[in-house]
Design a protein around this ligand. Structure first.
Ligand code: SF4
Ligand code: SF4
Ligand code: SF4
Length: 485
C-alpha cells in the first residue's frame, strides 16, 4: 500500500474557482507550484495522508477510461517529485524539482535552450509601437526581396554559431527582426537550423509571404507568428504605416494555415485599437490561426517616445484585457493569450502555456550585426551587448561560461528579486517575467516588473499572490479572489 503524506510546508493553498487550478506555496522553501484541477481536488480532498492505491482505484472507477488509473498514478508521482507529497514509509521525500525558469536556484549548469536571432534591423512597416530601433526600408511593392544589409551577419556565420550552441543544449530558435523576410537568405537560415534538429519559430508581418515561401514555412517552421493590429485594413494599415499590409497579413495566414502550419496572430494593443481585439480574434480564427497573442505596448526601441503618452492602456484597462481572454477564447474557438507577467494570467494559462515566463538565463539574443546580448534588449541598450559572433577567435562555450554579464544575470536571478516581485508567491518560477523591460525602466535586472509595481501601487495586485505573512500561514483558501485582478 502506497501511503503519502502532505508536505505541510505547503501551507498556503489558493483555488482559482473559475478554472479549478490552484497554487500551493511553501514559505519554508519560498517555492510555489500550480496544480491542475485533478491535483487540486486531490490536495483539497486529502487529510494529512493519502492512500495512493485507493485514490487510483476510486478515480479509475469514476472515470471509466483505459488510462484513468495510469493518469492518476502520474499525478501523484508528479506531486511526490515536486515535493508536495512525501512518503512516511522509509523512503525519503523526493528532492524538489522547480520550474525551468527557477533552474538557477537549484543547479549550477545553465543550458542554452533558446537563441533569438534578430536577423535584420530593417523593416518595410512603420509601426508606431515598434519596440526595436528599426530603420525603414521602402518595400511597398512585391518586388524581389532585397539582399541583406552590409553590416548584417550572413547565414553561414549564423549557422556556425547555432552549431556551437548545440553543445550547450540549444533546442529552438526564434527568427525575428525588423522584418526577417526582408532578407534573401532567410530560407537558408531556416533550413540550416532545421538540419541541426532545431525547432524554428518566426515572427513576421507577413507582407512578403508568397505561395512558395508559405510552403517552405509550413514545412519547416513549428510556429509562424504574424502581426495583426486590427480587424480591418483601415485600422491595421494606419497603425503600421504600411498600406496593403492588412490584406497581405490575412492572405499569409490563409496560405499558411491551408498548408497545415501552426500560425499565431500577434496583436499589439493600445487605446488606439482596444475595441478591435475581439473582431481581430475573430478574423484570426477565420483565417486559420491556432492562437492569438495579445501584447501590450512596451515603451522600448522606437516606442520609447510613447512613455507617459495617453495612447497607452492604464492598469484597469490592461487587467480588463487580461481577464477577458477566456471569453474571447471560448467564443471564437482559438487559444488567446495575454503576454505579460503570470499574475496577469489565469493559473490555468500560467500552468499550461507558461504565460509570462521568460527563460532569461537560458537564452541569448544575436543582433543583426552579430552582437550578443541577453535578448533583443541589446538593440536598445548597447551597454548590454557583451560579445560578437564575428569577433576573431569567438567561442560561444567560453562566452557562455565566463561572460561577466551572464554571470551577473545568473547571480541576480538565483537570488530573490526586489520590489513587488519579492512579495509575490510566483517569484521562484517567474523570476520577474521580462527582465529587459525591468532593466529599461530602472537600469537594474533585479527590480520588480514595472506593470506589477504599478498594479501594486494602484492596489490592483491580486492579494492571493502576495506571500502570506506569518500570522496568515496555514491558510486554506478556496474563495474567489475579490480583488480586481
Ligand atoms: S513592429 Fe515589427 S513590423 Fe512593425 S516596424 Fe517593428 S519590426 Fe517592423
Ligand atoms: S510580481 Fe514579479 S514575480 Fe510576481 S508575477 Fe509579477 S513579475 Fe512575476
Ligand atoms: S527579457 Fe523580455 S524581451 Fe527579453 S526574451 Fe525575455 S520576455 Fe523577451
Amino acid at each position: 500500500m502506497a501511503i503519502y503524506t502532505k508536505n505541510r510546508d505547503y501551507s498556503y493553498h489558493h483555488v482559482e474557482v473559475e478554472t479549478g487550478y490552484s497554487l500551493l506555496y511553501s514559505r519554508t522553501d519560498d517555492n510555489c507550484l500550480i496544480l491542475n484541477p485533478v491535483a487540486t481536488a486531490l490536495w483539497k480532498g486529502s487529510a494529512d495522508t493519502l492512500d495512493a492505491d485507493r485514490v487510483i482505484a476510486e478515480f479509475a472507477a469514476v472515470f471509466d477510461t483505459p488510462n484513468a488509473a495510469e493518469y492518476m498514478g502520474g499525478v501523484i508521482e508528479k506531486m511526490f517529485r515536486a515535493g508536495v507529497l512525501g512518503r512516511p514509509d522509509g523512503q525519503a521525500q523526493a528532492p524538489q524539482q522547480r520550474t525551468p525558469t527557477a533552474a538557477g536556484k537549484t543547479t549550477s549548469s545553465y543550458p542554452l535552450n533558446t537563441v533569438n536571432l534578430y536577423i535584420t534591423s530593417e523593416c518595410n512597416s512603420r509601426c508606431y509601437h515598434c519596440y526595436q530601433p528599426t530603420s525603414v526600408v521602402d518595400r511597398s511593392s512585391s518586388g524581389p526581396i532585397p539582399l541583406i544589409a552590409a553590416d548584417h551577419v550572413s547565414h553561414p556565420f549564423l549557422l556556425a554559431f547555432l552549431q556551437q550552441a548545440l553543445a550547450l543544449g540549444l533546442k529552438e530558435i526564434k527568427i525575428t527582426g525588423g522584418e526577417p523576410l526582408l532578407r534573401n537568405d532567410v530560407e537558408n537560415i531556416i533550413t540550416g537550423a532545421r538540419a541541426l534538429g532545431l525547432k524554428v519559430c518566426i515572427e513576421t508581418n507577413g507582407y512578403f509571404i508568397t505561395e512558395r515561401l508559405a510552403s517552405v514555412l509550413a514545412q519547416e517552421a513549428q510556429l509562424i507568428a504574424i502581426s495583426l493590429d486590427g480587424a480591418s485594413a483601415a485600422v491595421h494599415d494606419r497603425l503600421r504605416g504600411c498600406p496593403g499590409s492588412f490584406d497581405r497579413a490575412i492572405h499569409a495566414m490563409q496560405m499558411l494555415s491551408s498548408r497545415g502550419a501552426n500560425v499565431q496572430a500577434i496583436m499589439s494593443v493600445s487605446r488606439l485599437n482596444l475595441g478591435e481585439i475581439e473582431p481581430a480574434v475573430m478574423k484570426a480564427a477565420e483565417s486559420g490561426c491556432k492562437s492569438f497573442k495579445i501584447n501590450i505596448i512596451v515603451t522600448l526601441g522606437r516606442a520609447e517616445r510613447l512613455q507617459n503618452s495617453s495612447v497607452l492602456l492604464d492598469m484597469p484597462q490592461m487587467l480588463d484585457v487580461s481577464r477577458t481572454t477566456g471569453t474571447w477564447e471560448s467564443r471564437h474557438h482559438i487559444d488567446v493569450f495575454f503576454d505579460g507577467p503570470p499574475c496577469f494570467a489565469s493559473l490555468r494559462d500560467a500552468f499550461e502555456n507558461g504565460v509570462g515566463a521568460c527563460c532569461f538565463t537560458n537564452l541569448l539574443g544575436v543582433l543583426p550585426n552579430g552582437g550578443i546580448s541577453y535578448c533583443g534588449i541589446g538593440n536598445s541598450c548597447p551597454e548590454l551587448v557583451f560579445g560578437n559572433i564575428l569577433d576573431e577567435g569567438f567561442s560561444l562555450a567560453r562566452l557562455w561560461e565566463t561572460s561577466v554579464p551572464l554571470q551577473l544575470a545568473r547571480r541576480t536571478l538565483a537570488n530573490k528579486l526586489d520590489g513587488i516581485c519579492s512579495q509575490c508567491v510566483l517569484e521562484s518560477s517567474c523570476k520577474g517575467s521580462c527582465r529587459a523591460f525591468a532593466y529599461s525602466h530602472s537600469g537594474s535586472l533585479k527590480n520588480g516588473h514595472p506593470w506589477c509595481e504599478q498594479a501594486f501601487q494602484e492596489k490592483l495586485f491580486p492579494t492571493h499572490l502576495l506571500i502570506p505573512d506569518s500570522a496568515h500561514r496555514h491558510v486554506e483558501s478556496n474563495q474567489t479572489n475579490n480583488q480586481p485582478m
